[in-house]
Design a protein. Structure first.
Length: 214
């Protein structure tokens, strides 16, 4: 083997090693403390609080979520399906005025179905679905969590069963942001910027309507 070929092979090997090292550093940055804070935002703080302030335990949990669901690719919605989902949200929004808890139940079911249609875990695996959504829609996933807690509170006997109309309205407003993300034409993994893209029934319109019914 000539000296020139050996030099070329050495250069290739060095390049491959450098690329592997860069990928490893990027991966560690995505799952390290500062990387997780940037990726999860308020969800990071909520997870730390749930672990009684233990940041290391919270980061282990969030890192595990990224490893399990980070490679998920959201599937596009057909236009007809998107319109159907938007119509169902509008119906739930109108129902909230007279029957807020029933409207919350409708929204809880709707969010689960839309997430499943986008390629997230099935709604029957709620916790797993929520974890996956938190990886790709961290800014807005808490709205879904709040709605689900109110809906299941009657069965579980948790404090959320006493939620008032204002609290439920706020939960639905927050959940609307996630819904808009999921039905948005340009919804992408982790974009978290779907406000106002869910159709003509805006968050502001819902805010006024719900106040009239409270």
């Amino acid at each position: 083997m000539s000296t020139g070929v050996i030099i070329v092979l050495i250069v290739i090997v060095v390049g491959v090693v450098a690329a592997a090292a860069a990928l490893a550093l990027r991966a560690r940055g995505a799952t390290g403390g500062s990387g997780l804070k940037r990726r999860f935002g308020p969800e990071y703080d909520r997870t730390v609080a749930r672990h009684d302030g233990d940041a290391k335990a919270a980061e282990q949990e969030l890192g595990a979520r990224v490893q399990e669901h980070g490679s998920l690719h959201e599937q596009p919605l057909e236009p007809a399906a998107r319109e159907q989902y938007q119509a169902r949200w509008a119906a739930a929004q109108e129902r909230f005025v007279d029957s807020p808890r029933e409207a919350m139940s409708d929204v809880d079911q709707l969010l689960g179905e839309v997430a499943g249609a986008r390629g997230f875990p099935d709604v029957q695996e709620y916790e797993k679905q929520l974890d996956a959504l938190s990886v790709h829609h961290a800014d807005h996933v808490h709205g879904y969590r709040r709605v689900h807690r109110v809906v299941t509170a009657r069965t579980n006997g948790t404090p959320e069963s006493q939620a008032g109309t204002e609290e439920m309205r706020e939960a639905m407003l927050e959940a609307r942001a996630l819904f808009d993300d999921l039905v948005s034409d340009d919804s992408r993994n982790g974009n978290g910027n779907g406000h106002g893209r869910g159709g003509r029934h805006s968050i502001g319109a819902f805010n006024k309507q719900a106040l009239k019914g409270s």
